[in-house]
Design a protein around this ligand. Structure first.
Ligand SMILES: C[S@@+](CC[C@H](N)C(=O)[O-])C[C@H]1O[C@@H](n2cnc3c(N)ncnc32)[C@H](O)[C@@H]1O
Length: 278
């Protein structure tokens, strides 16, 4: 039986990835947090736990994302459950949440999150604005189950989850003040799809046609039918997609169109206001 200290030293010898993620996987297997490992370096794992840890570390070194191995990912200070049915929420998506919160300061709002995945965006908004009425949709029933469970665990009762192909199953009379989406936006043949754990994530959460814009075209084209007068549509997108998206917003009758950059000055979120009345 090996001790915590011996297993961590062995992981460190396997390279920087194992040195960084070995402690997280060991803490996960033991049901402790990382600081516990350093407080109890001589603790000896039983054979079963040791086998579990070694198998997870091996899978991590073969490229499986850490979040799928532990089943958790933090987003907007919320611990979210994730499974291979959901995209792993990215820190970049917090910019979409921040932009929406800054845009609409009223206490009440009707808000739609299209393609909610683990529920990251909807839950972050619901936690900040308990009075907002949020609808969160996805085409994946398995993802919606995870999102619903995340909302239950965080006691966020102001989100309604709905199985829908983009706007198709929504009540046509309901108008939203804000529509947000982080849809699939990677081109089908993008070589990045083979890197950074992406082969383990659901392809339906990542790709959208030959230029990556198929879903964004559909969302931008149909959003005005679901926005209240003066309502906003905000979408996350790829770094080189701001210009074609601004054009799509303009063609769809939006005004006040702008693109927001992340801390590294990369185009990330484009938004526009729909002022025309139906
Ligand atoms: C990039 S992921 C974003 C997930 C989550 N909002 C986030 O930011 O972590 C895109 C999501 O859109 C969903 N999706 C893909 N096609 C869809 C469609 N036609 N209608 C509704 N949702 C769709 C996927 O299942 C996936 O959960």
């Amino acid at each position: 039986m090996s001790s915590v200290k011996q297993l961590l030293s062995a992981a460190a010898e396997l390279g920087t990835e194992a040195a960084a993620d070995g402690p997280l996987l060991l803490a996960h297997v033991l049901g402790r947090d990382r600081s516990w490992l350093y407080a109890w370096p001589e603790y000896r794992l039983d054979a079963n736990k040791q086998k579990q840890y070694k198998s997870l570390l091996q899978r991590r070194l073969s490229g499986e994302p850490l979040a799928y191995l532990t089943g958790h990912k933090e987003f907007w200070s919320l611990d979210l459950q994730v499974t291979p049915a959901t995209l792993i929420p990215r820190p970049e998506t917090e910019l979409l949440v921040e932009t929406a919160l800054a845009l609409h300061s009223q206490e009440t709002a009707k808000v739609l999150d299209l393609g909610t995945g683990s529920g990251a965006i909807a839950l972050a908004l619901a936690s900040e604005r308990p009075q907002w009425q949020i609808t969160a949709t996805d085409i994946s029933g398995a993802a919606l189950e995870v999102a619903t469970e995340n909302a239950r665990r965080h006691k966020l009762g102001n989100i309604q989850f709905l199985h829908s192909h983009w706007f198709d199953s929504l009540d046509t009379h309901r108008r939203y003040d804000l529509i947000l989406s982080n849809p699939p936006y990677v081109a089908e043949n993008d070589p990045h799809l083979l890197e950074n754990g992406l082969p383990h994530e659901p392809v339906t959460a990542l790709t959208a046609g030959t230029d990556g814009l198929d879903d964004l075209r559909r969302i931008i084209g149909a959003a005005s039918d679901h926005l209240a007068p003066g309502g906003w549509l905000l979408v996350e997108h790829g770094l080189d997609q701001a210009l074609p998206l601004q054009q799509l917003f303009e063609d769809a009758g939006f005004d006040n169109i702008k693109t927001v950059r992340d801390l590294e000055h990369r185009d990330r979120v484009t938004l526009g206001c729909y002022s025309r009345t139906p």
